[in-house]
Design a binder for this molecule. Structure first.
Ligand SMILES: Cc1ncc(COP(=O)(O)O)c(C=O)c1O
Length: 452
């Protein structure tokens, strides 16, 4: 017990120092890998490390980590935090319940069910089901497998050899979409990457033409992956039209709502996702805009039986008690599974829907404010009117990549850039709901003043 107390105290000290440090030194001063290796002994040796020395190293590691919760972090899609959710994540590590059975995880199975029920309702699935998974990419892959097995039910027994299955996505879909083809045994020829329009949205005319052509050539179309919003441009694929095509040709429609899904919690903005309930499944990265710690990825499906039917296997050494609904190990592709729902539940419980909605509206408000700053400044150009909270812009006479690199190297802010037909642009994503107009002003001050 004495040891526990010492280590807990030391951990709390590190956390306090970290928060203090990140307030005073947003982001992180750039250090090369060689410098970091010199400053912090990362070598694992035969000898054990005394507790004091170990915690000194841990503190150094914490202070040398990019500070995603600071007001200078605009890089991609994590940022900000809801403190009780952070604490719940720490608690989850202490409790260490694996989420395969009620016997192992007890109340946490009920918590996960509650969170899944909450999001199913938001999507508009009356009787659906869901499962948290190890990262968004895998949840999307599961959606693909469900569609594949639904189209040809013998695949689970006989494999896919010789089946000319094909599926559709856009050239703006997340890069992991293409990785699934190798792990699902479908092969590269099975994917049709469709061109997008000027705003980055899937072209439904080309989608339908491609399906018709595939059918004519003896292929078996089975799946469409739509995205709301897309990774770089935050384009919203036209789900309504895609859903009609999916229905007409009997394809399963999946919506990657890794980014966009959070708007469902805002009465003001949820209309942006109308028609989402037309998809057969939806994947969400809750660790992005919902400001909970990584990872919190969930797959939600309309049919309440499909996960169980696809992933149930007999394991009498594991499933020894309780009804199947209490043992999610038989509807997941994993056996041992992290307890990711707990922090999400804690954030929702703490803020309630109303305060969560406020945070989401704040994120939209910050994006709107950033757009107004850009439009007023002759040195800045907005490259696309944002539909959401992704503000893409350029600085006259300075390449976006050079600005982002200089800001990072000088430890000022972290922000990334994207590329499209027209060239590079900076992507300001107002994902951290704790930021205010002052922080956005500070962002632009650095963008304009940085020496490249
Ligand atoms: C549209 C979209 N889908 C999926 C992902 C992957 O999500 P994660 O980083 O949570 O694996 C991203 C990441 O940026 C994304 O932009």
């Amino acid at each position: 017990m004495k040891n526990i107390k010492t280590m807990l105290d030391k951990t709390v000290n590190i956390i306090n120092t970290y928060y203090d440090h990140s307030e005073k030194n947003p982001v992180l001063k750039y250090k090369s890998p060689a410098t970091l290796k010199k400053e912090i002994n990362l070598k694992i040796s035969q000898k054990w490390t005394p507790v004091n020395a170990l915690f000194n190293e841990l503190e150094k590691i914490a202070l040398n980590s990019p500070k995603t919760n600071s007001k200078g972090f605009f890089n991609l899609l994590v940022g900000g935090e809801i403190l009780p959710a952070v604490m719940a994540e720490m608690l989850a590590a202490v409790l260490n319940n694996t989420m395969h059975t009620y016997k192992s995880a007890g109340i946490h199975i009920l918590i996960e069910q509650e969170v899944i029920k909450f999001f199913l309702k938001k999507i508009g699935y009356k009787n659906g089901d869901g499962i948290f998974g190890p990262g968004w990419s895998l949840t999307n892959m599961i959606a693909l497998v469900l569609a594949r097995n639904e189209k040809i039910s013998s695949i689970k027994k006989l494999g896919i050899a010789g089946k000319k299955l094909v599926w559709y996505t856009s050239d703006q879909a997340h890069y992991s979409t293409e990785k699934f083809i190798s792990v699902t045994g479908l092969g590269k020829d099975a994917i049709r990457i469709l061109p997008t329009d000027d705003k980055g949205k899937m072209n439904t005319k080309i989608l339908e033409e491609t399906i018709i052509s595939d059918l004519r050539h003896g292929y078996i179309p089975f799946f469409i992956n739509a995205t709301v919003w897309t990774t770089v441009l935050w384009a919203f694929d036209p789900i309504e039209k895609i859903a009609k095509i999916a229905k007409k040709y009997k394809l399963r429609l999946h919506t990657d709502a890794a980014l966009g899904g959070w708007a469902l919690l805002s009465k003001k903005h949820k209309h942006l996702l109308k028609w989402i309930e037309q998809s057969n499944s939806v994947s969400r990265s809750l660790h992005k805009m919902m400001n909970v710690p990584l990872l919190a990825a969930v797959l939600l499906v309309k049919d309440p039986n499909t996960l169980y039917e696809n992933f149930h296997e007999n394991a009498d050494y594991l499933f020894q008690m309780d009804e199947k609904n209490l043992n999610p190990g038989n509807k997941s592709i994993q056996c041992g599974r992290r307890n990711d729902a707990f922090k999400v539940w804690t954030a929702l419980k703490y803020l309630g829907e109303k305060w969560y909605e406020k945070r989401i509206n704040q994120e939209f408000g910050n994006a709107k404010y950033a757009v107004s700053v850009i439009k007023k400044d002759r040195n800045l150009t907005l490259v696309l009117e944002p539909e959401c909270i992704n503000v893409c812009f350029q600085v006259k006479g300075k390449p976006a990549s050079k600005i982002c690199e200089a800001l990072d190297k000088q430890g000022l802010i972290k922000v990334s850039y994207g590329k499209r037909k027209w060239e590079e642009f900076i992507r300001l994503i107002t994902v951290n709901a704790d930021m205010t107009k002052k922080d956005i002003d500070n962002f632009f001050k650095h963008i304009k003043n940085v020496k490249i």
